[in-house]
Each structure stands twice: as C-alpha cells, then as structure tokens.
Design a protein around this ligand. Structure first.
Ligand code: SF4
Length: 464
C-alpha cells in the first residue's frame, strides 16, 4: 500500500522519521520518573494545610486507583493486581476509605471538585455495592459541582447493560473503553478476548444511559497486527462513532514489564508497518470526521476537547487532555499521583507499604517534588506547546518577570530545525504551533525539559 496522502496536516513519512523522538508524554513537568524518592509526607501535609488556610483555592480533580483485574493483558504496563478473588477488593477499599479520611481532614473548606476519574486496573472489578460505597465516601469529602466530569475506565469484558445503568445512577457521565484491537488473532496474542459485539453492546448501553464524551482506546504495534487487520478494526470502531479515540503506540519493553515477556517478539509488526498503520489511521480518522487534538488523541469536531483546542483553553493533566482549567489533584490508592500548587506527590506503589502507612495514620507518600521557579516556567511552556496554546512573551514576562527570548535563547536555537520545517512559528514576540506541528509537539516541548540530559530510570516511547 502506498503512503497515504495526508494533505490535511501536511504530514509525510519522511517528516515523521526526521522529527519523531522518544520522549515523555508530559502529563506533568517534571515528569513522574523525576520525582524524588523519600519525599517527606510532612511536605504533602504542609501543602494540604496551606491550601486549606488560603483565602481561595483552585478547584479539585480527584483520582482513585483501583488496581484489580481478573486476567492479564500481555501488553499491560499499568500498576495492577491480577486476581479472580473479588473478596480482595473489600480490604483495599477499607484502606482507601481510611486514606480519604486522612486527606479529607486536611482539606479545610475548599472541597469543590470538578473532576473525578476512577482508573486502574479495572474499576468495574468492584461490585455495584462497593462502587456505591466508594461514591458515598468520596461525596463525604468532596463537593462535586453539578457539571463535574465523573469518569470511569471500563473493560468491556466486565460490564453488561445493567452495569452501565448502575454507573449512571451513581453519577458517572464519562467513560473510556479499552478496545485495543478487534481482530481475534491479535486479541488472542495479547490475551484479551472481547468480540466486537461485546464492545458494541457496552458502548450503546453507555450512550443510552446518558454518558457523554465516550472515549475508546486503540493500540497499534500489537502482535499479529497488519495494515489490513488494523484497517478493519478502524472500520468497526468508526462505525460505533465514539466521541473520542485515543490511538496509543505499543512500546515493547519486556525487560521492564514482566507481562510483555508473554508476547512473542516475532509476532510484532515491523517499524515500517507501524509507521504505515499510524499514517493510515491518521488519514482514516480525519476522513471519518475526527479532529487531531494532540499526542495520540482524536475527537469529534463538536466535542468540548476540540472546542477547547480551538479557543486555546485546552489543558493537560494526569488524565490526559482536559477542558478543566488548572486544578489541584488529589490521588488515592497505590501509585496515585497528586498535585497541589507547585508540588507533585506520588503514593507508594506496593499495596503493603501503602496500607501500613495509612493504617498508622500517615500520608502514604513514596515520591514527590517541590517545583523551583525555573520548573514552573518550564512546565507552563511545555504544557502550552503540548496543548497548542500560543505563548505570548510579554504576558510571560508579566507573570514571571523573565524575558522569554533571552532566558530560553539556547532552547529556541535548538528548535530552529522545527521552525524551519514549519512545526512551530516564532515572531511578533509569540511562539505558536501551526497544524503541522501539533503531531510533533512532544519533540518541540522536549527542548524545554531541563532533566532530559540527566540519568533516568524510565524508558520513553516514540510517537510511532
Ligand atoms: S490492560 Fe487494563 S485490564 Fe488489562 S491487565 Fe492491564 S490494567 Fe488490567
């Protein structure tokens, strides 16, 4: 098959080969792999107390990590616990509620929350009664606004129409379905069997129950995938007409993620096939009416994510792209990440130390970072580039007392090839991102990441 003509974004295979680099996804800056081990729980407590005693505070976004899954998907890189014993969730919830009591006692009167996300693992591993109890507990500590986004990740294998009705009854109005690929051979190779009709039933039930902005995740680069099989998966998914589509690139890192050792490397598509799959997907999704939002996200033109992209109010946080302005984020459960003002905090990754800390009345912190003034300026710049938001140098100077061009002159010099290829524009004391540059936003943002040159533990993925 020929390389598709991507006239709409003027993207070619050559451009991708030239500018696609491995890099962080920038859901935070500094990125989570730069958080300092041993960050004191006392710092997190002090940040919560400072927020509580402030005259005003930003609204809250809440994340709850529910790690249980019934079976292992071989591509998985999440922090999960595989078990068929649903009784295990009860003990985890007890600790989660104790953690909410601990944090809740430090929140003061600023409890207004505009976003909730239940992620995992598989949140629907929990029974209806357990999910109801979780929502009661959350509502005890947080005041969710009438227009709050209440989201939950759904594994289509674990829900029927009745589950979607139950979730809507609990107030959930957003959902994200893990689809990955509809091809039976691919599903078998990654140990995740979910026929098209199963996903279709779950998605239709979500829509019938009033869920808005239904997202679906696809992964390309999985074993047994070919251009032809993925083309058929795209046909099927486009037929279901989800509001948003995330198209993730599978990073095969078996030395880091044990589950991936069960994938046969010889079944993986070649680098060239992956590139062709990506280009075809980009073209097909655009032809089907989806708009490229950024990184690996697409949305329908009337979706609020696209409206935010157009009026430059798009933001990025640990849940990905969002329309919600700057929030403080409170994370609960193992490995959950929070953000209060200019600090990031991450919980213990392993269940035992997390539970022991909570049951001793301590905040279960394992890592974190307090941002310097330099970090704050770089975070603002990186997030603007990732969201396609123009950077006005005069406004930047007013906010930070720093001349953008003088301060970042080495970074701007480093970006000259990007500007030369039309991936960003500099002029009129502004940095802007043309359509063509949005696909390479991560590579442009990396110029402002001060930590990239330092030794690191994480392995970064490429766009393709
Ligand atoms: S991909 Fe999702 S459902 Fe599969 S093992 Fe990982 S967390 Fe569980």
């Amino acid at each position: 098959m020929q390389t598709p003509d991507l006239a709409q974004m003027d993207i070619s295979a050559e451009l991708i080969r030239r500018f696609d680099r491995s890099g962080p996804r920038y859901t935070s800056y500094p990125t989570a792999d730069r958080f300092q081990p041993g960050y004191p729980a006392a710092n997190y407590r002090a940040h919560l107390q400072a927020r509580a005693s402030a005259a005003a505070a930003p609204p809250l976004s809440v994340y709850v990590h529910l790690p249980f899954c019934e079976s292992l998907c071989y591509f998985c890189a999440c922090n999960k616990i595989i078990t068929q014993d649903h009784g295990k969730a009860a003990g985890y919830l007890d600790v989660l509620f104790a953690e909410m009591n601990l944090v809740g006692a430090l929140l003061g009167s600023h409890r207004r929350a505009v976003q909730l996300h239940l992620g995992g693992g598989t949140p629907t591993f929990l029974s209806a009664e357990e999910l109801a109890a979780l929502m009661v507990h959350l509502r005890r500590h947080f005041e969710f606004t009438a227009d709050a986004e209440l989201g939950i990740e759904i594994d289509p294998r674990t829900v029927g129409a009745a589950t979607l009705a139950m979730l809507a009854g609990l107030g959930f109005n957003r959902t994200s379905f893990g689809v990955q690929d509809f091809n039976p051979d691919v599903q078998k190779a990654v140990n995740r069997i979910q026929p098209f009709e199963m996903v279709q039933g779950a998605l239709l039930a979500a829509r019938a129950n009033g869920f808005r902005s239904i997202n679906t995740d696809l992964i390309y680069g999985l074993p047994k995938q070919t251009l032809a099989t993925f083309s058929h998966t795209l046909d099927q998914l486009i037929g279901l007409s989800p509001d948003r589509i995330a198209l993730y690139n599978y990073a095969h890192l078996p030395e880091r993620f044990k589950a991936q050792r069960l994938i046969h490397a010889e079944d993986l598509p070649s680098a060239e096939t992956r590139l062709q799959i990506f280009l075809m997907s980009l073209q097909r999704l655009q032809e089907a009416g989806y708009v490229y939002i950024g990184l690996d996200h697409f949305a329908k033109p009337d979706d609020e994510l696209n409206r935010a992209r157009l009026d430059h109010s798009l933001h990025r946080n640990f849940q990905g792209y969002t329309t919600r302005a700057e929030c403080d984020l409170i994370g609960f459960g193992i490995s959950a990440i929070g953000k209060i003002g200019n600090a990031y905090i991450q919980n213990q990754h392993i269940r035992k130390p997390w539970a022991e800390a909570v049951l001793q009345g301590e905040l279960p912190v394992s890592k974190g970072v307090d941002l310097s003034a330099e970090d704050v300026m770089r975070r603002e710049t990186i997030m603007a580039i990732m969201c396609g938001v123009p950077i006005d140098f005069d406004a930047f100077q007013t906010r930070h007392g720093v001349d953008f061009e003088a301060h970042f002159s080495p970074e701007l010099a480093q970006l000259a090839p990007h500007a030369g290829a039309g991936l960003l524009q500099l002029g009129g004391r502004r940095l802007t991102m043309p359509e063509k540059g949005r696909l390479f936003a991560r590579a442009s943002a990396m110029a402002f990441d001060q930590y990239l040159g330092q030794p690191r533990t994480a392995t970064y993925s490429k766009l393709i």
